[in-house]
Write a protein that binds this ligand. Structure first.
Ligand SMILES: Nc1ncnc2c1ncn2[C@@H]1O[C@H](COP(=O)(O)OP(=O)(O)O)[C@@H](O)[C@H]1O
Ligand SMILES: [Mg+2]
Length: 265
């Protein structure tokens, strides 16, 4: 009975997940893209939001962040803009609010005019009913856009490259999560998990890093580890995500396992 109830309620409960780590090149955008696609393949309705001025996720989805009229910028800046108007639907159940290069100016404006950081929170929460999962991709810094994303989110995923210094970066983003929880109107923000990425099974240190992460952050590291996989690098050249381009590659399998892990919550 409990399980049925959880399943039924779970289906109607939208989860807003920010994918954050101030370090660049750790797999944030790759995770937003492939996790989003994996969840949509599993019949979940997914909205991806690109909040990085560099627009990596937007490029991966075949759009141009230099020429996007309706985007996360317009969603943050124009009062009348709604999620439905700002988003581009792709296949059934998958949509993207593109990032745009203007997001950098939006950040400056928001600081100068001391605008509240909860606009994204308000607009996403008001259209919750339309999606099962909302994934926000954030820039490689702890700046305004990351703060806005953390204020909007229910949970955070921190991708961390399996390298020696992984822990240092995680400490900084964890401090930021604590600050958003305590002082920025999002006391319920939860660290859903650290996601080890680019795991190289040939390298001894990779397993050491994962073991250390699990020891330092008990219960806060995903079971799933994303392997290093050259097909992740190949896929965008074919205009696709690895999960579509090479669905049986190790990285694609891992991203589907990650989706299953979230669905089992
Ligand atoms: N599992 C992986 N295996 C191999 N390359 C990867 C993997 N994940 C990401 N990459 C590559 O690493 C680079 C940085 O990844 P990206 O997702 O853009 O990181 P971030 O968004 O954190 O800056 C990209 O070129 C991407 O294709
Ligand atoms: Mg990125």
């Amino acid at each position: 009975m409990d399980r049925i109830l959880k399943h039924t309620i779970g289906y109607f409960m939208t989860r807003i997940l920010a994918i954050a780590n101030q370090k660049g090149g750790v797999g944030k955008t790759t995770t937003a893209l492939n996790l989003g696609m994996a969840l949509s393949q599993m019949q979940r309705r997914v909205l991806m939001v690109d909040l990085d001025p560099q627009g990596g996720l937007t490029v991966f989805m075949g759009l141009d962040p230099y020429h996007t009229e309706r985007s996360s910028y317009s969603l943050l800046m124009y009062d009348g803009m709604t999620v439905t108007r700002a988003m581009r639907p792709f296949s059934t159940g998958l949509a993207l609010i593109p990032g745009s290069i203007d997001l950098a100016t939006a950040a400056v404006k928001i600081i100068q005019e001391q605008q509240p950081l909860d606009r994204l929170r308000e607009v996403l929460r008001s259209s919750r009913i339309n999606f099962d999962y909302i994934l926000i991709d954030t820039p490689p810094s702890l700046d305004v856009m990351t703060a806005i994303s953390l204020v909007a989110a229910d949970e955070v995923i921190i991708p961390a490259q399996c390298h020696y210094l992984a822990m240092l970066g995680i400490r900084a983003i964890k401090d930021t999560i604590d600050r958003v929880r305590d002082g920025m109107r999002n006391p319920a923000l939860k660290l859903r998990g650290v996601l080890p990425t680019m795991y190289d099974s040939q390298a001894d240190y990779a397993q050491t890093v994962v073991d250390e992460l699990r020891a330092v952050l008990p219960g806060q590291v995903f079971q799933t580890v994303i392997p290093y996989d050259v097909r992740v690098l190949d896929a965008p050249h074919r205009g696709r995500a690895v999960i579509e381009d090479a669905p049986n590659s190790p990285a694609a399998l891992a991203y589907r396992a990650l989706a299953e892990e979230l669905l089992a919550d």
